[in-house]
Design a protein around this ligand. Structure first.
Ligand code: SF4
Ligand code: MG
Length: 335
């Protein structure tokens, strides 16, 4: 199917007093109509900055310094502020980890969702209210009539996130970007929210970008996965390829640090030792070299090229190159 979003060689930097932080360094991906793409990585990998770049909502020190974001055929950088406001929130909507930061504590939640419809549609007040109640039912908020007049602090964290989803869906967006929407919630509530998102995605046929640090969460909702590290996509593939034909040491590490599916879900098998690179001084070679158990001389000096493993599967790692050694190489079968 057609692509609703095309991100091409995106570079985004933050200009601080100490220097330029190259937070996103050449990210490219497509989002097809109706698909759910997971963007996975640790904090600081560039996932959220990629999302904010797509929304053209960077903090004042942040700037897109290269590449393009095409939405429904238009380069978003060429739109006027007015055109951009019509896209943002209405055609591309976003939900965040902390709903409280996006809700006004002084206004009843129903009214806040209705105001969005006042801005973006020509519904009457009565029609808009009816639509808000319908949205509350869609996200399974019980007693929507009563909840319409409640204030944000009267909701639990999970219920506030449902309000945010209702708000994001109010104008029937083509693309929903969900940035760690369940990270702050406990496991039971997290599962409920994921189920709601999965059902609504299927019912409404929208495209979703789901940003998370948790590959377990991705498996619940996504059909395709892009793994980010050090401001780059280091592996991309279908869910099955990422899980069963893993082709990057960092992805292997993420899979091994997944919470156990049996027993206690907070128990990590092992976490990846070390810390992500300082993107004010990006590494000369592979961004993961300092933490990689398979790193060789070339990894310190030469950035790995993208290797195409299938029509849908790519990896950025020297071990995938045809002349890489067989010893200490978990990927020899994939080449
Ligand atoms: Fe590890 Fe080298 Fe591959 Fe980077 S290129 S992930 S350092 S083996
Ligand atoms: Mg983030």
């Amino acid at each position: 199917s057609a692509n609703i979003l095309e991100v091409e060689d995106l570079h985004t930097s933050f200009f601080t007093r100490k220097g330029e932080v190259k937070a996103v360094r050449g990210v490219s991906f497509d989002l097809a109509e109706g698909e759910t793409l997971g963007i996975v990585g640790e904090s600081g990998s560039g996932k959220s900055v990629t999302a904010m770049s797509i929304m053209q909502l960077l903090a004042h020190s942040g700037r897109i310094v290269g590449g393009s974001v095409r939405f429904d055929g238009d380069d978003l950088a060429t739109l006027s502020d007015r055109q951009l406001r019509a896209v943002r929130g209405a055609r591309i909507a976003m939900i965040f980890q902390d709903p409280m930061s996006s809700l006004n504590p002084l206004i009843p939640v129903g009214k806040q969702v209705r105001e969005l419809l006042d801005t973006h549609t020509d519904m009457t007040k009565a029609q808009a209210k009816e639509r808000v109640l319908e949205l509350f039912r869609m996200v399974r908020i019980s007693e929507p009539e009563r909840r319409y007049s409640s204030y944000p602090h009267e909701f639990s964290g999970g219920m506030r996130q449902r309000v945010m989803i209702a708000m994001a869906l109010a104008c029937e967006p083509d693309v929903l970007i969900a940035d760690e929407p369940t990270t702050a919630l406990d496991v039971t509530i997290q599962d409920q929210i994921l189920r709601i998102l999965r059902r609504l995605q299927a019912e409404l046929g929208m495209s979703v970008i789901f940003i998370t640090h948790d590959l377990g969460v991705v498996a619940e909702v996504c059909s395709r996965v892009a793994v980010m590290y050090g401001g780059q996509i280091i592996e991309e593939g279908t869910l099955e390829e990422i899980y069963t034909k893993t082709a990057h040491p960092y992805t292997l590490g993420l899979l091994n640090s997944r919470p156990r599916i049996d027993g206690d879900r907070d128990e990590r098998l092992e976490s990846i030792p070390g810390t992500p690179p300082d993107l004010m001084f990006p590494p000369r070679g592979c961004a993961f070299a300092d933490r990689c158990a398979f790193a060789r001389q070339i990894c310190q000096t030469t950035p790995p090229e993208v290797t195409q493993l299938s029509e849908t599967h790519t990896s950025r790692c020297h071990l995938l190159s045809p002349d890489a050694p067989i010893e200490n190489n978990p990927f020899t079968e994939l080449r």
